[in-house]
Design a protein around this ligand. Structure first.
Ligand code: HQG
Length: 181
């Protein structure tokens, strides 16, 4: 299967598993899982050919491991990035002392006024390295990297979660913990 096709399927899965399950007539349970057989049926019905083998391939080769199967591989979900209301049930974990967030220059003024907010998603998304943060920021425009003092935040009682695919998540980052890199 060409890489382009895998990316196309991955994007479609992100859309229906994170944001708009109703678009293809599936539903997510409270933890974000959906039945694999039904998903494949409904994706096909909506004009995107997808077999169980290709789905497995997309999940396994996805650059950011965006999707995960449950233990017996009957259910699938996105590991982070949702806008629909699901509870991913990640337990709080101690983050590295420093985390990074990539954003675009045009968001900076507002971020420096109100801190980092989760906007349409469930959490603010953070990475352990500058390169990932820059890539994330680039999606929105001219990238700016923010350094987050996760160690002090943790000391001050803020909670951090690590998604199954290694994205650090938190609810809100007040401006005093932010520094432009
Ligand atoms: C910005 C991708 C104004 C924030 C990535 C960001 C990530 C504010 C944008 C994941 C703000 C939201 C998430 C404030 C935050 N005022 N703007 N107070 N607070 N913002 O897409 O972090 O490829 O919802 O800086 O890799 O860019 O989809 O979040 O620019 O992990 O798997 O508001 O999406 O993963 O944008 O990206 P997004 P994000 P996937």
């Amino acid at each position: 299967l060409p890489e382009k096709e895998i990316v196309r399927i991955s994007k479609f899965l992100s859309l229906v598993l994170r944001h708009r399950p109703e678009k293809i007539g599936i539903s997510l349970d409270e933890n974000g899982w959906t039945d694999v057989t039904t998903l494949i049926q409904q994706v096909n019905k909506n004009g995107v050919p997808l077999s169980r083998e290709v789905l497995k391939l997309v999940v396994e080769t996805n650059s950011k491991k965006r999707f995960a199967f449950n233990a017996d591989k009957t259910k699938i979900r996105a590991s982070q990035g949702h806008s629909v209301n699901v509870n991913l049930d990640y337990t709080p974990q101690t983050p590295p002392a420093i985390l990074y967030h990539g954003t675009s220059e045009r968001h900076l003024k507002s971020i420096l006024a109100t801190g980092l907010q989760k906007q349409n998603r469930h959490h603010v998304h953070l990475s352990t390295d500058v390169v990932t943060a820059r890539n994330v920021g680039q999606r929105h425009g001219k990238p700016v990297i923010l350094r987050i003092d996760a160690e002090i935040m943790t000391k001050n009682g803020y909670l951090f979660y690590l998604s199954e695919n290694q994205v650090w998540l938190t609810d809100h980052i007040p401006t005093e913990y932010l520094q432009i890199v």
